[in-house]
Design a protein around this ligand. Structure first.
Ligand code: 4AD
Ligand code: MG
Length: 463
């Protein structure tokens, strides 16, 4: 008999159907002459309740082995459930144990564990209700992202993980080398001799696939990347990871208006898709994690995002009757507290801030006609702050060359990027969505470490 996933059974199973399921035991309960166990196979938030009685072969022996954490296959018949909370249960006719689990030492006990504790057992935490729901929502969000772009004929491109460029210019690069760190080869001038390194020059883990996405947009018009990116920023916050996934669409023949429109449509689409695919998980987050999760989703889908300029944002923050920790002043970057004030308290919905001061943004952003600001956008959302960063790119060769010079970036290092401005340049724009911040925003999870299976943060790369 074919095995069925528990989600399928709980959604559309019928009484009297014969089924086989496999999974891991969440709880067992023994009564006189029969026993219940709850089995979960990761496909669904709820467990399937299994009833065993003495008609099951080896019943007495099984009872000693069936404990929380053990892996089993159960064959049986679906019957209407007497108990509350489920429509059907599985009356077992036979049970096979794949692997036992010692109830004395199994780290996941029936009580509620803190997320901090669960991080120390990242190899088991996906068997809990919350992390299970997180990873299903994460999966659905990823599927939504691909579907969104594929429906619009964006080409998915695979940007490199290893690169020689610091796209964001923030110096938060992890170095990639196979030099022997115990005896580093030196040049005559006593600096590191990178000619002896694997790539013959310094190499890093990428902070963004944008520059390569721009290349591909100049031949395919609309493209997107979706992959891991790395930042060696020493920020121990609930919104920073050293390794995170980023989605970066890049569009030729597009300006900052089009960029904002896409960002807004994109976020709405992901929320809509996940609500449709994972209603039980979203309901669970709303009940157990953050009571505003469903209201937030509804708000995202139904309302237009607010759109303001950086200068307007500074004026609003200055007017706010509020003691911020960091100064508010034209020319300074917005801090998380400022971003959250705008999105969470003032507008109570996502806010797109555009036209930031040239001095605080990356070299590739298009210089506005005022020469003081660049055509950049940040999408700010309640609780998280910045979830998307993007811009129209500088497509004019000379202006870009000036920007590089001002930033002290050598033209030789980006000759190919400049070539795009020499041969068939067009206005183009794009943005980057921090995938984990999006999942965090959607689920209401307080810490970004709990929305990625194996988080990498300062001093932590276990599992
Ligand atoms: O604003 P950022 O740095 O933009 C870029 O990298 C551009 N090259 C994107 C583009 O235009 N193609 O990063 C984009 C987003 C941020 O808005 C944030 O959501 C997320 O990436 N992000 C992080 N997420 C988790 N941990 C970190 N350390 C992050 N740094 C940025
Ligand atoms: Mg940014």
């Amino acid at each position: 008999m074919e095995t069925r996933r528990i989600a399928d059974i709980l959604r559309q199973g019928q009484a009297e159907e014969s089924v086989t399921i496999r999974g891991w035991i969440r709880t067992t309960r023994e009564l006189k002459g029969f026993a219940f166990m709850e089995v979960n196979d990761g496909s669904f938030l709820a467990n399937l309740q299994v009833v065993l009685d003495q008609s099951v072969p080896d019943y007495d022996k099984l009872l000693k082995q069936l404990s929380t954490g053990a892996s089993v296959a159960v064959k049986g018949v679906l019957v209407p459930s007497q108990g509350r909370g489920q429509r059907l249960e599985l009356k077992a006719t036979s049970v096979v144990i794949y692997g036992e689990s010692d109830p004395e030492t199994y780290p996941l006990q029936k009580k509620r564990h803190s997320f901090e504790f669960l991080r120390t057992i990242a190899h088991l935490r996906s068997r809990t209700n919350t992390l299970g729901a997180v990873f299903r929502v994460r999966n659905a969000s990823a599927a939504a992202i691909h579907q969104f772009f594929q429906e619009r004929s964006f080409l998915w491109i695979h940007s490199p993980i290893i690169t020689a460029n610091d796209c964001e210019g923030a110096g938060e690069l992890f170095r990639v080398t196979n030099l022997n760190l115990e005896s580093i080869p030196k040049t005559d001038k006593d600096s590191v001799d990178y000619s002896q390194d694997f790539f013959g020059s310094p190499a890093y883990l990428t902070v963004s696939g944008q520059l390569q996405a721009e290349v591909m947009a100049m031949s395919f018009e609309n493209v997107y990347t979706f992959g891991p990116t790395f930042r060696a920023e020493n920020s121990n916050t609930s919104r920073h990871l050293a390794e995170f996934w980023m989605v970066e669409p890049e569009m030729a023949f597009c300006d900052l208006e089009g960029d904002q429109d896409l960002a807004e449509e994109f976020l709405k689409y992901i929320f809509q898709y996940v609500l449709e695919k994972c209603p039980e998980d979203m309901e669970f987050f709303n009940q157990r994690i953050d009571k505003s999760v469903l209201k937030t989703a509804d708000n995202i889908i139904k309302n237009e995002f607010e759109r303001i300029s950086y200068s307007e944002a500074i004026a609003l923050l200055t007017k706010a009757n509020r003691q911020f920790e960091y100064p508010v002043e034209w020319g300074l970057d917005l801090q998380s507290e400022h971003e959250r004030y705008l999105a969470e308290e003032l507008f109570k919905k996502p806010v797109i801030v555009r036209d930031y001061p040239v001095g605080i943004k990356a070299f590739y952003m298009r210089l506005n006609s005022d020469s003081k600001t660049v055509a950049a956008i940040d999408v700010l959302v309640p609780k998280i702050g910045e979830i998307i960063g993007g811009s129209q790119r500088e497509e004019r060769l000379e202006v870009l060359q000036n920007r590089l010079e001002q930033k002290g970036i050598a033209e030789e290092d980006l000759w190919w990027y400049l070539d795009l401005r020499r041969y068939g340049t067009v206005p183009h724009a794009g943005f980057g969505l921090g995938f984990e911040r999006m999942v965090q925003f959607m689920t209401g999870m307080a810490n970004i470490r709990d929305v990625i299976p194996f988080p990498r943060t300062p001093l932590s790369a276990q599992f």
